[in-house]
Design a protein around this ligand. Structure first.
Ligand SMILES: NC(=O)c1ccc[n+]([C@@H]2O[C@H](COP(=O)([O-])OP(=O)(O)OC[C@H]3O[C@@H](n4cnc5c(N)ncnc54)[C@H](O)[C@@H]3O)[C@@H](O)[C@H]2O)c1
Length: 385
C-alpha cells in the first residue's frame, strides 16, 4: 500500500490533536487508509512537529507514532514527507507554511490562513507559483446540519432564498472563578485573537458555498469582557473583539446576518444555528439537526399583545431525517485533500478561498472601525480566484 508522509505542526493544540491527529489521521489509518481511484488505498504517516519535545514525545508514545521532532526544517527537508499541515496559533501560520511551500510540500492548513489579507494572498500566490496543492479547513460545510441544508438547497426546497440568520456563540468563562474553555490568545489581538478573525473565515466559505459570493459587509465588532484570567491564573487585558454583529450582502440579493459571540448564553438547540427563509419554505439548521417549515404548513400568527401566545411555534417545524451516515467532517475533508494530492481529485477549498475568509474578517473589522458598509471586491491579485 502507498504511504503519504504528513508533517503535522500544532498537534499539541486543541484542534491539531483532537480533530486532526486523533479523529482524522489516526482514524483514517484505523479504517485502512484513504480509498483512491481504482480501489487503491493510501495510508498516512504523521510526523509530529512542535516546540515542546516533552509534549510531542507524550503524544507519540500514547498513539504509537514513531516520528516526531522539534525541528521543522528537518521534517520539511525529509523526502519521505509530501504534505505539510498547520494547526498552530494563527500568528505562527504564515512563516511555517511559507517554509513548507519553499520546500515543495503540498500544504493543508487551519483557518484563518493568515492574520491579514496581504499575507493570505501572498501565501496563496506562493503556493500557486510553486505548483503545490493547497487547501484550508472548511469543516462547518461537513456538519450534518449543514449537509442537510445543502440537500434542501439542491432539492429546490426554498424557492427563492431571501435571507439567512445565523446565531453562533456561547459563554466563554472569564477564567477567574471558573477556568476559561478557550485558549487566552483568542482574546489578545497581538497574538492573532479576535472573534471576527476566528469566525468570519468560517462564515465566508459557508455563505459562498451554500448561498452565493459575498459582495458587502456591515459589521460591529466589540469587546464585551475587558479583562480575563489566563491559563496560568494571571489577569490580562482583552485587546481583541469577543463579539461581532454582521450583515453580509450576497450575490443574487440574499441578506445574511450573523451574530458571533463568546459573551452570550445559549438559549438555542445548538451552539450555531442558521435560519434560512425562502419563498417556498424555511429551515433552521444547526450542527446536527435541521428542521423545516414549508409554505403550505406556515401558520398565520396575528400580532396581539393583549393575548398570551396561542401557537406552539417551535412544534410547527418538521425534522429532516439523516438518510445517510455522517462521518467526522474534519476526517472527510482530510480524505478529500489526500485524494487531491495523490489522485488529482478536485478540492475547492484552496488558499485563495482561505484568503477570501481573511478578507471578510479584515473588511468586517474595517466596517466596524469606520462605522460604514464595506464592499468586498473579488480577489484578483494573481491567485487565480
Ligand atoms: N476549524 C475550526 O473549527 C477551528 C476551531 C478552533 C481553532 N481553529 C484554528 O486552529 C488554530 C489553533 O487553534 P487551537 O484552538 O487549537 O489553539 P491551541 O492554543 O489549543 O493550539 C495552538 C498550537 O499552536 C502551537 N503554537 C505554535 N506557535 C505558537 C505560539 N507562538 N504561541 C502559542 N502556541 C503556538 C501550540 O503549541 C499548539 O500546538 C488557530 O489558527 C485557530 O484559528 C479552527
Amino acid at each position: 500500500m502507498e504511504t503519504l508522509g504528513v508533517v503535522m505542526n500544532g498537534v499539541t493544540g486543541r484542534m491539531g490533536y483532537r480533530q486532526h491527529l486523533v479523529r482524522s489521521i489516526l482514524a483514517i489509518n484505523e479504517q485502512g487508509g484513504v480509498e483512491l481511484s481504482g480501489g487503491r488505498r493510501v495510508r498516512l504517516r504523521p510526523v509530529l512537529v512542535g516546540r515542546s519535545a516533552a509534549k510531542l514525545e507524550a503524544i507519540a508514545a500514547r498513539h504509537g507514532i514513531p516520528d516526531w521532532t522539534t525541528d521543522l526544517g528537518a521534517a520539511l527537508a525529509d523526502d519521505r514527507t509530501t504534505v505539510y499541515f498547520d494547526a498552530q496559533t494563527t500568528n505562527a501560520r504564515v512563516a511555517a507554511v511559507t517554509r513548507a511551500i519553499e520546500a515543495g510540500k503540498h500544504v493543508y492548513v487551519e483557518k484563518p490562513t493568515a492574520e491579514t489579507l496581504a499575507d493570505a494572498l501572498a501565501l496563496a500566490r506562493a503556493a500557486r507559483e510553486a505548483g503545490v496543492k493547497n487547501g484550508v479547513v472548511a469543516d462547518k460545510l461537513f456538519l450534518p446540519g449543514l449537509l442537510k441544508l445543502r440537500r434542501l438547497i439542491d432539492g429546490g426546497f426554498f424557492g427563492r432564498i431571501l435571507s439567512v440568520r445565523g446565531e453562533f456563540g456561547y459563554w466563554v468563562f472569564e477564567g477567574d472563578w471558573q477556568a476559561a474553555q478557550r485558549p487566552s490568545w483568542n482574546y489578545r489581538a497581538e497574538d492573532g485573537g479576535g472573534i471576527a478573525l476566528d469566525m468570519f473565515p468560517h462564515w465566508a466559505y459557508v455563505l459562498e458555498n451554500l448561498f452565493g459570493g459575498i459582495e458587502a459587509v456591515t459589521a460591529r465588532a466589540v469587546t464585551h469582557i475587558e479583562e480575563r484570567v489566563d491559563e496560568h491564573g494571571r489577569p490580562y487585558k482583552v485587546t481583541a473583539d469577543d463579539a461581532a454583529y454582521a450583515i453580509f450582502e450576497l450575490a443574487g440579493g440574499v441578506i445574511a446576518q450573523i451574530n458571533s459571540s463568546w459573551a452570550v448564553r445559549v438559549n438555542r438547540d445548538e451552539l450555531v444555528e442558521f435560519q434560512v427563509d425562502g419563498t417556498h419554505g424555511s429551515a433552521v439548521a444547526g450542527l446536527r439537526r435541521c428542521r423545516v417549515q414549508h409554505r403550505s404548513a406556515t401558520p398565520m400568527p396575528v400580532w396581539n399583545p393583549d393575548l398570551p401566545v396561542t401557537e406552539p411555534f417551535r412544534d410547527q417545524w418538521q425534522e429532516i431525517p439523516d438518510n445517510a451516515e455522517f462521518g467526522n467532517g474534519f476526517k472527510t475533508q482530510w480524505e478529500m485533500f489526500v485524494r487531491h494530492v495523490v489522485d488529482d481529485a478536485p478540492f475547492p477549498y484552496d488558499l485563495a478561498s482561505g484568503a477570501r475568509g481573511v478578507q471578510l474578517a479584515e473588511l468586517g473589522l474595517r466596517s466596524s472601525a469606520e462605522g460604514v458598509r464595506v464592499e468586498m471586491p473579488p480577489i484578483t491579485s494573481g491567485v487565480g480566484a
